[in-house]
Write a protein that binds this ligand. Structure first.
Ligand SMILES: [Zn+2]
Length: 337
């Protein structure tokens, strides 16, 4: 494993800027990485993506490739299968706490066709076939309530077993910290510190727990990713805590529900474009937003598109939502300089 991350500035607020360079691909951080559906960002075509000027990175839910891994393998890699140059992160996507009832060498894998149990070696084969740039191992998701010491010990043991399997097979692997309590999260960090060649860390931990954690020196200069679903209002806290990468499923959280996110970093607001009050609403989603949707269309039109189930309604909402969250991040970074 090699170092793919360079910190370019460290600010008093805690915010740091950096760069990830990997096999000729580069992205700057902090960055929002879009969750995908089967590798694609829903409703966004390749040319739209270029216009959106978002970080060249995607998060792939490995469960989405269970039925296509063979054809991807024949094709060489998921990068050429998808026709993208983005830096590709592969893992299990967002997992709700407690839903991953993993046993010693098996884990529940979430996919678009539901969840199914998967042997640890099967996951390795899947990752080998898909070949993302960065792999997240399977990890144990303990229940949210306080757990007994013996259960916590087992959880760490399982996560370590999954991790070892990945380290033995892949070059760029993130260690995963998945816990609801400070104690378990800290114990996991100490276990992960035994593997200083890890590329970075990914946290499936409540934001409130993070300030209480002592991140081992081994990881101080490695990229930190936040895995739990976030809102725009969480960005400031996570940036100040030194996080570099955020996974956001814009489509599921907002667009699919007909929602435009319009809040700022202090207060998250949203507009439900399905609401009747927008039938004659001639305003853009956000007055001063510079996205294509806001510059060219009004709320009444998007309401009309949603009602007639025109795909364009989701396209416009998706453009706005992705643009808005990325602008929010950029403004927070700029404010801190
Ligand atoms: Zn907009």
């Amino acid at each position: 494993m090699r170092n793919i991350f360079t910190i370019t500035s460290q600010r008093v607020s805690g915010i740091r800027t950096g760069k990830i360079t990997l096999g000729g691909k580069t992205m700057t951080t902090p960055a929002i990485i879009n969750a995908t559906s089967r590798g694609a960002i829903p409703h966004v075509t390749h040319d739209l993506l270029a216009d959106l000027a978002i970080p060249p990175a995607r998060f792939l839910n490995m469960g989405d490739f269970l039925d296509t891994s063979k054809i991807i393998q024949e094709h060489g890699s998921v990068e050429s299968f998808l026709g993208t140059q983005d830096i590709l992160f592969g893992g299990l996507g967002h997992i709700k706490s407690g839903s991953n009832k993993s046993v010693e060498y098996k884990s529940m894998l979430q996919s678009h066709v539901g969840s199914r149990q998967m042997k640890i070696t099967e996951y390795t084969e899947l990752c080998k076939a898909v070949k993302t740039d960065i792999c997240l191992p399977l990890y144990d998701v303990p229940p949210t309530e306080d757990i007994a010491k013996s259960r916590a010990f087992k959880s760490i043991q399982r996560t370590e077993t999954y991790l070892k399997e990945m380290i033995g097979n892949f070059e760029n692997v993130f260690g995963v910290v998945s816990a609801s309590s400070k104690d378990l999260a800290q114990s996991l960090l100490e276990m992960l510190a035994k593997y200083p060649t890890l590329t970075g860390l990914a946290f499936n931990v409540p934001i409130s727990v993070i300030p209480q954690l002592n991140i081992p020196d081994e990881f101080k200069e490695k990229p930190l990713m936040y895995l739990k679903p976030i809102k725009g209002t969480d960005l400031k806290d996570l940036l100040n805590l030194g996080f570099d990468l955020f996974i956001v499923d814009v489509h599921k959280e907002y667009t699919e529900k007909g929602i435009a996110v319009v809040g700022n970093s202090e207060e998250e607001k949203s507009i439900n474009l399905n609401d009747e009050c927008h039938v004659e609403d001639a305003k853009p989603l956000v007055n001063d937003c510079k996205c294509y949707a806001c510059e060219h269309h009004i709320r009444a039109y998007i309401n009309h598109l949603l009602k007639t189930r025109e795909m364009l309604g989701f396209v416009l909402l998706q453009i706005h939502n992705i643009h808005h969250l990325n602008q929010l991040l950029v403004s927070l970074i700029n404010k801190s300089s």
